[in-house]
Design a binder for this molecule. Structure first.
Ligand SMILES: C[S@@+](CC[C@H](N)C(=O)[O-])C[C@H]1O[C@@H](n2cnc3c(N)ncnc32)[C@H](O)[C@@H]1O
Length: 194
């Protein structure tokens, strides 16, 4: 695991972690909100290095194991927001909202699904399109409070990190790739937020 970040006078402004979603390098019950935007099944857009397997079983395992890890790291009563994949070229995005329960055999419960009309946007230094900052702002504003830690698994472009910093949350961005480009983007944004 490689990490990079930026430290403000009152604590870290963001943390970037290069790690697989199968084993998140984050403590149990330690973050308030987790967002997960997994890659599309069999998508060629990211190349082999971006996972995107064409093996349905392997893909299902990635989704299940990543969700289990998200549940592990979120605090009790915290929320996990998972982008439901499928429907390429479809601007209607569905987010499944899960809540972590304190105890019980099934410690996570899907409490609702929300639909959004949203278009992917171009991002400088990325060869694929990302979900816009404005979309992440809505989610983060709705499901977390200022000062809290917001983790994004499969964080890609870092747009969620920009949204979190604009809303005075501390983002923890986890992805297998793109840390260099994302760090440059977040540092530029930090500068303009000062
Ligand atoms: C659909 S993109 C996410 C884009 C992001 N939603 C955005 O708005 O920028 C999927 C991301 O998942 C990452 N990824 C793929 N497999 C992964 C894995 N096993 N663990 C962590 N990240 C992975 C890829 O590097 C890519 O950045």
């Amino acid at each position: 695991m490689i990490q990079a970040g930026s430290q403000g006078t009152s604590g870290p402004r963001y943390l970037l972690l290069k790690a697989t979603a199968l084993y998140l390098p984050v403590r149990d019950d330690s973050v308030s909100l987790v967002i997960a935007t997994p890659p599309d099944f069999g998508s060629k857009r990211f190349g082999k290095a971006g996972f995107c397997t064409t093996n349905p079983q392997e893909y299902q395992q990635l989704l299940e194991k990543a969700l289990a890890e998200c549940v592990r790291i979120v605090e009790p009563h915290g929320r996990i927001l998972v982008l439901r994949r499928g429907g390429k070229n479809n601007s209607n995005k569905v987010i499944d909202v899960y809540k972590k329960r304190l105890r019980g055999r099934r410690c996570v419960q899907r409490i609702r699904s929300e639909s959004f009309h949203v278009h992917y946007v171009n991002v400088q230094s990325f060869h694929w399109q990302a979900l816009p900052v404005s979309f992440y702002r809505i989610l983060i504003h709705r499901y977390s409070a200022p000062g809290q830690y917001v983790t994004h698994v499969f964080s890609g472009s870092g747009n969620s990190g920009i949204a979190a910093m604009q809303l005075a949350r501390t983002p923890i961005l986890i992805d297998l790739h793109y840390q260099r480009q994302t760090q440059a983007r977040l540092n530029r944004k930090l500068y303009s937020l000062k």
